[in-house]
Design a protein around this ligand. Sequence first.
Ligand SMILES: [Zn+2]
Length: 510
Amino acid sequence: MIDKLMQKMTLFIISIVLIIPVIHVYAQENEVSINVPSLKVRSGPGLTFDIIGVVGQNDKPTVIGKEKDWLQIKFGNTNGWIASWYTTSKTIELTNKQVISKVNKLNVRSEPSLSSAVIGQLQEGNQFTAYKTEGDWIEIAFNNQKGWVHSEYVTIVDQVVKDEPKTDTSSSGEHFVVSVDVLNVRSKADLSSKNIGQVLRNQSFLILEKDHNWVKIKLENGKKGWVFSFYGNYTEQPSTSTTKKDHSNETIKILYNGTNLRSQNNTSSDVVERVDAGETFTVLEKVDDWYKIDLKNNTIGYVASWVVASNNSLTTNIEESVAKREKGTLKGLTIVIDAGHGGNDRGTTGALGTDEKDITLLTAELLSSKLQAAGANVIMTRESDVYVDLRKRVSISHQVAADAFISLHYDAIENSSVRGFTTYYMYNYQKELASYVHKGLRDMISLNDRGIQAGNYLVLRENKQKAILIELGYLSNATEERQLTTEQFREQATHGIYNGIINYFDAQIN
Ligand SMILES: [Zn+2]
Protein backbone atom coordinates (compact mmCIF):
# COMPACT_ATOMS: atom_id res chain seq x y z
CA MET A 1 0.00 0.00 0.00
CA ILE A 2 2.68 2.45 0.98
CA ASP A 3 4.50 1.64 -2.24
CA LYS A 4 1.34 2.41 -4.24
CA LEU A 5 0.87 5.70 -2.39
CA MET A 6 4.50 6.66 -2.98
CA GLN A 7 4.05 5.86 -6.65
CA LYS A 8 0.98 8.09 -6.89
CA MET A 9 2.70 10.95 -5.08
CA THR A 10 5.74 10.65 -7.30
CA LEU A 11 3.53 10.77 -10.39
CA PHE A 12 1.73 13.79 -8.98
CA ILE A 13 5.01 15.64 -8.38
CA ILE A 14 6.33 14.74 -11.82
CA SER A 15 3.14 15.98 -13.46
CA ILE A 16 3.36 19.32 -11.62
CA VAL A 17 6.97 19.73 -12.70
CA LEU A 18 5.94 19.00 -16.28
CA ILE A 19 2.98 21.37 -16.25
CA ILE A 20 4.80 24.36 -14.75
CA PRO A 21 6.96 25.22 -17.78
CA VAL A 22 3.88 25.14 -20.02
CA ILE A 23 1.97 27.54 -17.76
CA HIS A 24 5.07 29.71 -17.54
CA VAL A 25 5.19 30.17 -21.31
CA TYR A 26 1.52 31.02 -21.70
CA ALA A 27 1.45 33.36 -18.73
CA GLN A 28 3.93 35.64 -20.47
CA GLU A 29 2.57 35.35 -23.96
CA ASN A 30 3.21 38.35 -26.21
CA GLU A 31 5.86 39.60 -23.80
CA VAL A 32 9.51 39.76 -24.60
CA SER A 33 12.55 39.91 -22.29
CA ILE A 34 15.35 42.35 -23.06
CA ASN A 35 18.83 40.82 -22.84
CA VAL A 36 20.86 44.04 -22.75
CA PRO A 37 20.89 46.90 -20.18
CA SER A 38 19.50 49.39 -22.69
CA LEU A 39 17.88 48.71 -26.06
CA LYS A 40 16.90 51.47 -28.48
CA VAL A 41 13.27 51.72 -29.58
CA ARG A 42 12.90 52.96 -33.14
CA SER A 43 10.04 54.35 -35.20
CA GLY A 44 10.34 51.58 -37.79
CA PRO A 45 11.79 48.10 -38.37
CA GLY A 46 15.43 48.93 -39.12
CA LEU A 47 18.56 50.65 -37.83
CA THR A 48 17.93 53.63 -40.07
CA PHE A 49 14.71 54.65 -38.35
CA ASP A 50 14.59 57.38 -35.70
CA ILE A 51 15.25 56.46 -32.07
CA ILE A 52 12.14 57.22 -30.04
CA GLY A 53 13.27 55.83 -26.69
CA VAL A 54 14.89 52.92 -24.87
CA VAL A 55 13.77 49.82 -22.98
CA GLY A 56 15.81 47.99 -20.36
CA GLN A 57 16.12 44.60 -18.70
CA ASN A 58 13.31 45.34 -16.25
CA ASP A 59 10.87 46.17 -19.02
CA LYS A 60 8.74 43.41 -20.47
CA PRO A 61 7.29 45.07 -23.56
CA THR A 62 4.27 43.56 -25.27
CA VAL A 63 4.92 42.44 -28.82
CA ILE A 64 2.21 43.39 -31.31
CA GLY A 65 3.93 42.63 -34.61
CA LYS A 66 7.03 41.33 -36.30
CA GLU A 67 8.84 42.20 -39.50
CA LYS A 68 11.90 40.18 -40.42
CA ASP A 69 14.16 40.46 -37.40
CA TRP A 70 12.36 43.41 -35.81
CA LEU A 71 9.64 43.29 -33.19
CA GLN A 72 6.90 45.89 -32.96
CA ILE A 73 6.11 46.67 -29.32
CA LYS A 74 3.71 48.80 -27.33
CA PHE A 75 5.74 51.77 -26.11
CA GLY A 76 3.99 54.28 -23.88
CA ASN A 77 1.06 55.72 -25.79
CA THR A 78 2.57 54.72 -29.09
CA ASN A 79 4.25 51.81 -30.86
CA GLY A 80 7.93 51.23 -31.54
CA TRP A 81 10.34 48.68 -32.97
CA ILE A 82 13.20 46.82 -31.31
CA ALA A 83 15.89 44.47 -32.70
CA SER A 84 14.82 40.91 -31.91
CA TRP A 85 18.38 39.61 -31.50
CA TYR A 86 18.72 41.40 -28.17
CA THR A 87 15.55 39.80 -26.86
CA THR A 88 14.26 36.44 -25.77
CA SER A 89 11.02 35.77 -27.59
CA LYS A 90 8.08 34.13 -26.02
CA THR A 91 5.24 32.42 -27.72
CA ILE A 92 2.95 34.72 -29.71
CA GLU A 93 -0.47 33.34 -30.59
CA LEU A 94 -1.67 34.02 -34.12
CA THR A 95 -5.34 34.26 -34.96
CA ASN A 96 -6.79 34.12 -38.47
CA LYS A 97 -3.32 34.03 -39.98
CA GLN A 98 -1.85 31.85 -42.66
CA VAL A 99 1.66 31.33 -43.95
CA ILE A 100 2.73 31.12 -47.60
CA SER A 101 6.05 29.46 -48.35
CA LYS A 102 8.46 31.77 -50.20
CA VAL A 103 10.70 28.92 -51.30
CA ASN A 104 10.63 25.36 -52.58
CA LYS A 105 11.55 22.43 -50.34
CA LEU A 106 10.99 24.28 -47.08
CA ASN A 107 11.36 21.76 -44.28
CA VAL A 108 8.48 21.33 -41.83
CA ARG A 109 9.84 20.17 -38.48
CA SER A 110 8.33 18.48 -35.45
CA GLU A 111 9.75 21.09 -33.06
CA PRO A 112 10.83 24.74 -33.36
CA SER A 113 14.46 23.78 -33.82
CA LEU A 114 16.81 22.96 -36.69
CA SER A 115 17.82 19.74 -34.94
CA SER A 116 14.29 18.32 -34.75
CA ALA A 117 12.86 15.79 -37.17
CA VAL A 118 11.72 16.83 -40.66
CA ILE A 119 8.09 15.74 -41.09
CA GLY A 120 7.51 17.15 -44.58
CA GLN A 121 8.28 19.92 -47.04
CA LEU A 122 6.44 22.94 -48.43
CA GLN A 123 6.72 24.19 -51.99
CA GLU A 124 6.75 27.86 -52.95
CA GLY A 125 3.24 29.30 -52.78
CA ASN A 126 1.85 26.55 -50.49
CA GLN A 127 -0.49 28.06 -47.89
CA PHE A 128 -1.28 26.75 -44.40
CA THR A 129 -3.02 27.95 -41.25
CA ALA A 130 -0.61 29.39 -38.66
CA TYR A 131 -1.12 28.92 -34.90
CA LYS A 132 1.69 30.73 -33.14
CA THR A 133 5.25 31.93 -33.37
CA GLU A 134 8.05 30.99 -31.04
CA GLY A 135 11.26 32.91 -31.67
CA ASP A 136 12.01 32.54 -35.35
CA TRP A 137 9.60 29.63 -35.80
CA ILE A 138 5.94 29.41 -36.76
CA GLU A 139 3.67 26.52 -35.88
CA ILE A 140 1.35 25.52 -38.73
CA ALA A 141 -1.39 23.01 -39.51
CA PHE A 142 0.28 20.45 -41.74
CA ASN A 143 -1.37 17.27 -43.07
CA ASN A 144 -3.68 16.80 -40.07
CA GLN A 145 -0.85 17.40 -37.64
CA LYS A 146 1.17 20.35 -36.42
CA GLY A 147 4.61 21.30 -37.60
CA TRP A 148 7.08 24.16 -37.44
CA VAL A 149 8.59 26.24 -40.26
CA HIS A 150 11.29 28.88 -40.07
CA SER A 151 9.75 32.36 -40.32
CA GLU A 152 12.41 33.65 -42.72
CA TYR A 153 11.10 31.49 -45.53
CA VAL A 154 7.38 32.23 -45.27
CA THR A 155 5.09 35.20 -45.54
CA ILE A 156 2.39 35.63 -42.90
CA VAL A 157 -0.94 36.74 -44.38
CA ASP A 158 -4.47 37.25 -43.10
CA GLN A 159 -6.72 34.27 -43.49
CA VAL A 160 -8.85 34.69 -46.59
CA VAL A 161 -12.48 35.25 -45.71
CA LYS A 162 -14.40 33.17 -48.20
CA ASP A 163 -17.90 34.59 -47.76
CA GLU A 164 -17.39 37.63 -49.97
CA PRO A 165 -19.13 37.15 -53.31
CA LYS A 166 -16.98 37.34 -56.41
CA THR A 167 -17.78 40.48 -58.33
CA ASP A 168 -17.19 40.51 -62.04
CA THR A 169 -15.29 43.69 -62.80
CA SER A 170 -13.49 42.13 -65.72
CA SER A 171 -15.89 43.35 -68.42
CA SER A 172 -14.02 46.62 -68.86
CA GLY A 173 -10.84 48.37 -67.87
CA GLU A 174 -7.16 47.68 -68.14
CA HIS A 175 -5.77 44.48 -66.67
CA PHE A 176 -2.40 43.37 -65.39
CA VAL A 177 -1.18 39.90 -66.39
CA VAL A 178 1.54 38.37 -64.20
CA SER A 179 4.61 37.25 -66.17
CA VAL A 180 6.66 35.61 -63.40
CA ASP A 181 6.00 32.41 -61.47
CA VAL A 182 5.16 34.08 -58.17
CA LEU A 183 4.75 37.78 -57.46
CA ASN A 184 4.35 39.43 -54.05
CA VAL A 185 1.38 41.72 -53.48
CA ARG A 186 2.10 44.58 -51.10
CA SER A 187 -0.07 46.90 -49.05
CA LYS A 188 1.60 50.01 -50.51
CA ALA A 189 3.51 50.94 -53.67
CA ASP A 190 6.71 50.29 -51.82
CA LEU A 191 8.94 47.21 -51.52
CA SER A 192 9.27 47.66 -47.77
CA SER A 193 5.53 47.67 -47.18
CA LYS A 194 3.66 44.67 -45.85
CA ASN A 195 3.41 41.64 -48.07
CA ILE A 196 -0.30 40.78 -48.20
CA GLY A 197 -0.34 37.90 -50.65
CA GLN A 198 1.00 36.38 -53.81
CA VAL A 199 -0.24 36.02 -57.37
CA LEU A 200 0.85 33.53 -59.99
CA ARG A 201 2.00 33.52 -63.61
CA ASN A 202 -0.67 34.30 -66.24
CA GLN A 203 -3.24 35.44 -63.66
CA SER A 204 -5.02 38.59 -64.78
CA PHE A 205 -6.23 41.39 -62.49
CA LEU A 206 -8.17 44.59 -62.92
CA ILE A 207 -5.91 47.62 -62.53
CA LEU A 208 -7.28 50.17 -60.05
CA GLU A 209 -4.42 52.65 -60.03
CA LYS A 210 -0.84 53.17 -61.21
CA ASP A 211 2.03 54.81 -59.34
CA HIS A 212 5.47 54.98 -60.95
CA ASN A 213 6.58 51.36 -61.35
CA TRP A 214 3.67 49.99 -59.34
CA VAL A 215 0.11 48.98 -60.16
CA LYS A 216 -2.75 48.54 -57.73
CA ILE A 217 -4.78 45.44 -58.48
CA LYS A 218 -7.90 43.83 -57.12
CA LEU A 219 -7.36 40.25 -56.00
CA GLU A 220 -9.88 37.46 -56.35
CA ASN A 221 -10.75 37.67 -52.66
CA GLY A 222 -11.66 41.35 -53.07
CA LYS A 223 -8.49 42.56 -51.36
CA LYS A 224 -6.52 45.33 -53.02
CA GLY A 225 -2.77 45.48 -53.19
CA TRP A 226 0.22 46.73 -55.14
CA VAL A 227 2.52 44.76 -57.43
CA PHE A 228 5.71 45.77 -59.16
CA SER A 229 4.90 46.46 -62.82
CA PHE A 230 8.13 44.95 -64.15
CA TYR A 231 6.76 41.50 -63.51
CA GLY A 232 3.73 41.63 -65.74
CA ASN A 233 2.07 43.14 -68.78
CA TYR A 234 -0.87 45.45 -69.30
CA THR A 235 -3.85 44.33 -71.30
CA GLU A 236 -7.27 45.84 -72.13
CA GLN A 237 -9.14 42.58 -71.77
CA PRO A 238 -8.42 39.82 -69.33
CA SER A 239 -6.35 37.32 -71.25
CA THR A 240 -4.08 34.47 -70.37
CA SER A 241 -0.66 35.59 -71.47
CA THR A 242 -0.70 37.97 -74.41
CA THR A 243 -0.92 41.73 -74.14
CA LYS A 244 -3.29 43.36 -76.58
CA LYS A 245 -1.83 46.76 -75.80
CA ASP A 246 -1.23 49.03 -78.73
CA HIS A 247 2.42 48.74 -79.62
CA SER A 248 2.14 50.72 -82.85
CA ASN A 249 4.62 53.36 -81.78
CA GLU A 250 6.97 51.03 -80.02
CA THR A 251 10.34 50.12 -81.47
CA ILE A 252 13.16 48.10 -80.02
CA LYS A 253 16.89 48.34 -80.54
CA ILE A 254 19.11 45.23 -80.42
CA LEU A 255 21.79 45.52 -77.72
CA TYR A 256 24.20 42.69 -78.61
CA ASN A 257 25.89 41.43 -81.78
CA GLY A 258 24.70 38.02 -82.99
CA THR A 259 21.29 38.26 -81.27
CA ASN A 260 18.94 35.45 -82.30
CA LEU A 261 15.50 36.25 -83.70
CA ARG A 262 13.26 33.23 -83.26
CA SER A 263 10.09 31.77 -84.74
CA GLN A 264 8.37 31.51 -81.33
CA ASN A 265 8.53 33.24 -77.96
CA ASN A 266 10.96 30.78 -76.37
CA THR A 267 14.66 30.00 -76.55
CA SER A 268 14.13 26.48 -77.92
CA SER A 269 12.36 27.57 -81.11
CA ASP A 270 14.11 27.96 -84.50
CA VAL A 271 16.39 30.88 -85.17
CA VAL A 272 14.98 32.76 -88.18
CA GLU A 273 17.63 35.47 -88.36
CA ARG A 274 20.71 36.68 -86.53
CA VAL A 275 21.13 40.44 -86.11
CA ASP A 276 23.68 42.85 -84.70
CA ALA A 277 23.66 45.56 -82.06
CA GLY A 278 21.96 48.80 -83.07
CA GLU A 279 19.38 47.36 -85.48
CA THR A 280 15.84 48.54 -84.75
CA PHE A 281 12.48 46.84 -85.33
CA THR A 282 8.82 47.73 -84.96
CA VAL A 283 7.02 45.93 -82.15
CA LEU A 284 3.78 44.18 -83.14
CA GLU A 285 2.94 42.72 -79.77
CA LYS A 286 4.51 41.78 -76.47
CA VAL A 287 4.13 38.16 -75.42
CA ASP A 288 5.37 37.38 -71.92
CA ASP A 289 9.01 38.43 -71.87
CA TRP A 290 9.30 38.48 -75.67
CA TYR A 291 8.68 41.04 -78.39
CA LYS A 292 6.93 39.94 -81.57
CA ILE A 293 8.60 42.10 -84.20
CA ASP A 294 8.25 42.98 -87.88
CA LEU A 295 11.24 41.67 -89.85
CA LYS A 296 10.37 43.99 -92.79
CA ASN A 297 10.21 41.14 -95.37
CA ASN A 298 6.61 40.23 -94.53
CA THR A 299 7.79 37.84 -91.84
CA ILE A 300 7.65 38.07 -88.11
CA GLY A 301 10.10 37.03 -85.44
CA TYR A 302 10.44 37.00 -81.70
CA VAL A 303 13.22 38.52 -79.61
CA ALA A 304 13.75 38.25 -75.86
CA SER A 305 13.05 41.54 -74.08
CA TRP A 306 16.27 41.36 -72.06
CA VAL A 307 18.54 41.66 -75.09
CA VAL A 308 16.90 44.82 -76.42
CA ALA A 309 16.18 48.41 -75.40
CA SER A 310 12.63 49.63 -75.96
CA ASN A 311 11.70 53.24 -76.68
CA ASN A 312 8.76 53.14 -74.28
CA SER A 313 9.29 50.14 -72.05
CA LEU A 314 9.95 52.34 -69.06
CA THR A 315 9.27 55.90 -68.24
CA THR A 316 11.64 56.87 -65.49
CA ASN A 317 10.35 59.72 -63.48
CA ILE A 318 12.30 62.71 -64.67
CA GLU A 319 11.25 64.92 -61.78
CA GLU A 320 12.61 62.38 -59.38
CA SER A 321 15.91 61.88 -61.13
CA VAL A 322 16.69 65.59 -61.18
CA ALA A 323 15.50 66.17 -57.64
CA LYS A 324 18.13 67.97 -55.62
CA ARG A 325 20.03 65.69 -53.32
CA GLU A 326 21.01 66.55 -49.80
CA LYS A 327 23.87 64.94 -47.90
CA GLY A 328 22.89 61.88 -45.94
CA THR A 329 19.91 61.06 -48.13
CA LEU A 330 19.46 59.11 -51.35
CA LYS A 331 16.56 61.19 -52.71
CA GLY A 332 16.47 61.25 -56.50
CA LEU A 333 18.79 58.25 -56.88
CA THR A 334 17.78 54.98 -58.50
CA ILE A 335 19.50 51.94 -57.07
CA VAL A 336 19.12 48.44 -58.49
CA ILE A 337 19.51 45.64 -55.97
CA ASP A 338 20.33 42.33 -57.59
CA ALA A 339 19.71 39.26 -55.43
CA GLY A 340 22.04 36.64 -56.95
CA HIS A 341 20.61 33.48 -58.55
CA GLY A 342 16.97 32.32 -58.02
CA GLY A 343 14.53 29.66 -59.22
CA ASN A 344 16.32 26.69 -60.77
CA ASP A 345 19.64 28.46 -60.29
CA ARG A 346 20.27 27.83 -56.61
CA GLY A 347 23.75 29.38 -56.59
CA THR A 348 26.14 27.63 -54.26
CA THR A 349 25.02 25.31 -51.47
CA GLY A 350 26.68 25.73 -48.10
CA ALA A 351 28.57 23.15 -46.08
CA LEU A 352 25.47 22.88 -43.87
CA GLY A 353 22.98 23.06 -46.74
CA THR A 354 22.12 26.76 -47.09
CA ASP A 355 21.08 27.70 -50.63
CA GLU A 356 22.79 30.89 -51.76
CA LYS A 357 19.67 32.05 -53.66
CA ASP A 358 17.62 32.14 -50.46
CA ILE A 359 19.94 34.32 -48.41
CA THR A 360 20.80 36.67 -51.29
CA LEU A 361 17.06 37.46 -51.50
CA LEU A 362 16.71 38.00 -47.75
CA THR A 363 19.76 40.27 -47.81
CA ALA A 364 18.43 42.16 -50.84
CA GLU A 365 15.06 42.79 -49.17
CA LEU A 366 16.69 44.16 -46.03
CA LEU A 367 19.09 46.37 -48.00
CA SER A 368 16.23 47.60 -50.15
CA SER A 369 14.18 48.70 -47.15
CA LYS A 370 17.13 50.64 -45.73
CA LEU A 371 17.83 52.42 -49.02
CA GLN A 372 14.15 53.26 -49.49
CA ALA A 373 14.00 54.68 -45.99
CA ALA A 374 16.78 57.06 -47.06
CA GLY A 375 14.72 58.17 -50.06
CA ALA A 376 16.19 56.05 -52.87
CA ASN A 377 14.08 54.69 -55.70
CA VAL A 378 14.95 51.00 -55.32
CA ILE A 379 14.42 48.43 -58.07
CA MET A 380 14.94 44.75 -57.30
CA THR A 381 15.87 42.46 -60.19
CA ARG A 382 13.84 39.77 -58.45
CA GLU A 383 11.68 39.79 -55.35
CA SER A 384 10.77 36.15 -55.09
CA ASP A 385 12.39 32.79 -55.80
CA VAL A 386 12.38 33.07 -59.60
CA TYR A 387 15.00 32.62 -62.28
CA VAL A 388 16.07 35.88 -63.93
CA ASP A 389 18.49 35.84 -66.86
CA LEU A 390 21.76 37.70 -66.17
CA ARG A 391 21.28 39.87 -69.27
CA LYS A 392 17.83 40.83 -68.11
CA ARG A 393 19.32 41.99 -64.81
CA VAL A 394 21.73 44.22 -66.73
CA SER A 395 18.93 45.39 -69.00
CA ILE A 396 16.93 46.55 -65.95
CA SER A 397 20.01 48.50 -64.82
CA HIS A 398 20.14 50.28 -68.20
CA GLN A 399 16.39 50.82 -68.53
CA VAL A 400 16.10 52.64 -65.22
CA ALA A 401 19.49 54.37 -65.70
CA ALA A 402 20.61 53.06 -62.33
CA ASP A 403 22.86 55.33 -60.28
CA ALA A 404 24.19 52.17 -58.64
CA PHE A 405 23.72 48.46 -59.30
CA ILE A 406 24.51 46.24 -56.31
CA SER A 407 24.70 42.49 -56.94
CA LEU A 408 24.59 40.36 -53.76
CA HIS A 409 26.19 36.92 -53.55
CA TYR A 410 27.65 34.45 -51.09
CA ASP A 411 30.88 32.66 -51.96
CA ALA A 412 32.12 29.07 -52.10
CA ILE A 413 35.39 27.32 -52.91
CA GLU A 414 36.68 23.74 -52.66
CA ASN A 415 39.17 24.63 -49.94
CA SER A 416 36.78 24.84 -47.00
CA SER A 417 39.23 26.79 -44.85
CA VAL A 418 38.87 29.92 -47.01
CA ARG A 419 36.82 32.71 -45.41
CA GLY A 420 36.04 36.37 -45.92
CA PHE A 421 34.18 38.93 -48.01
CA THR A 422 35.18 40.46 -51.37
CA THR A 423 33.82 43.37 -53.39
CA TYR A 424 34.19 43.18 -57.18
CA TYR A 425 34.11 45.81 -59.91
CA MET A 426 35.03 45.49 -63.60
CA TYR A 427 35.74 48.98 -64.92
CA ASN A 428 37.38 52.06 -63.43
CA TYR A 429 34.06 53.89 -63.36
CA GLN A 430 32.77 51.22 -60.97
CA LYS A 431 35.84 51.10 -58.72
CA GLU A 432 35.11 54.06 -56.45
CA LEU A 433 31.66 52.74 -55.55
CA ALA A 434 33.28 49.36 -54.78
CA SER A 435 35.81 51.04 -52.45
CA TYR A 436 33.17 52.97 -50.52
CA VAL A 437 30.83 50.01 -50.12
CA HIS A 438 33.69 47.72 -49.13
CA LYS A 439 34.81 50.17 -46.46
CA GLY A 440 31.23 50.47 -45.19
CA LEU A 441 31.07 46.67 -44.87
CA ARG A 442 34.49 46.40 -43.21
CA ASP A 443 33.36 48.81 -40.51
CA MET A 444 30.23 46.77 -39.74
CA ILE A 445 31.15 43.09 -40.11
CA SER A 446 33.92 41.00 -38.59
CA LEU A 447 34.65 38.71 -41.56
CA ASN A 448 38.14 38.35 -43.03
CA ASP A 449 38.69 41.27 -45.44
CA ARG A 450 39.66 40.02 -48.92
CA GLY A 451 39.63 43.53 -50.36
CA ILE A 452 38.22 44.95 -53.58
CA GLN A 453 39.13 43.11 -56.76
CA ALA A 454 38.50 43.36 -60.49
CA GLY A 455 36.13 40.54 -61.47
CA ASN A 456 34.91 39.56 -64.92
CA TYR A 457 31.24 38.96 -64.10
CA LEU A 458 28.56 39.45 -66.76
CA VAL A 459 26.45 41.76 -64.57
CA LEU A 460 29.51 44.05 -64.26
CA ARG A 461 31.06 43.54 -67.69
CA GLU A 462 27.89 44.28 -69.70
CA ASN A 463 26.78 47.04 -67.33
CA LYS A 464 27.15 50.64 -68.42
CA GLN A 465 26.14 51.78 -64.93
CA LYS A 466 28.15 51.84 -61.72
CA ALA A 467 27.81 48.17 -60.91
CA ILE A 468 29.51 46.16 -58.18
CA LEU A 469 29.21 42.57 -57.00
CA ILE A 470 29.66 41.66 -53.34
CA GLU A 471 30.52 38.16 -52.13
CA LEU A 472 29.42 38.30 -48.49
CA GLY A 473 31.55 35.47 -47.09
CA TYR A 474 32.04 31.76 -47.77
CA LEU A 475 29.20 29.28 -47.38
CA SER A 476 31.73 26.51 -48.03
CA ASN A 477 33.18 27.14 -44.58
CA ALA A 478 30.75 25.70 -42.02
CA THR A 479 31.71 28.15 -39.26
CA GLU A 480 31.30 31.11 -41.57
CA GLU A 481 28.03 29.67 -42.93
CA ARG A 482 26.57 29.62 -39.41
CA GLN A 483 27.48 33.28 -39.00
CA LEU A 484 26.30 34.37 -42.48
CA THR A 485 22.84 32.84 -42.11
CA THR A 486 21.94 34.82 -38.98
CA GLU A 487 19.62 37.79 -39.07
CA GLN A 488 22.17 39.76 -37.10
CA PHE A 489 24.78 39.29 -39.83
CA ARG A 490 22.34 40.41 -42.52
CA GLU A 491 21.37 43.43 -40.44
CA GLN A 492 25.01 44.46 -40.00
CA ALA A 493 26.07 43.68 -43.57
CA THR A 494 23.19 45.62 -45.11
CA HIS A 495 23.85 48.50 -42.73
CA GLY A 496 27.50 48.48 -43.89
CA ILE A 497 26.53 48.48 -47.57
CA TYR A 498 24.00 51.22 -46.88
CA ASN A 499 26.67 53.37 -45.16
CA GLY A 500 29.04 52.81 -48.09
CA ILE A 501 26.42 53.88 -50.63
CA ILE A 502 25.48 57.03 -48.63
CA ASN A 503 29.16 57.99 -48.23
CA TYR A 504 29.84 57.40 -51.93
CA PHE A 505 27.02 59.68 -53.06
CA ASP A 506 27.80 62.27 -50.38
CA ALA A 507 31.37 62.43 -51.73
CA GLN A 508 29.94 63.10 -55.23
CA ILE A 509 28.20 66.26 -53.97
CA ASN A 510 31.49 67.82 -52.86
ZN1 LIG B 1 26.55 33.67 -56.43
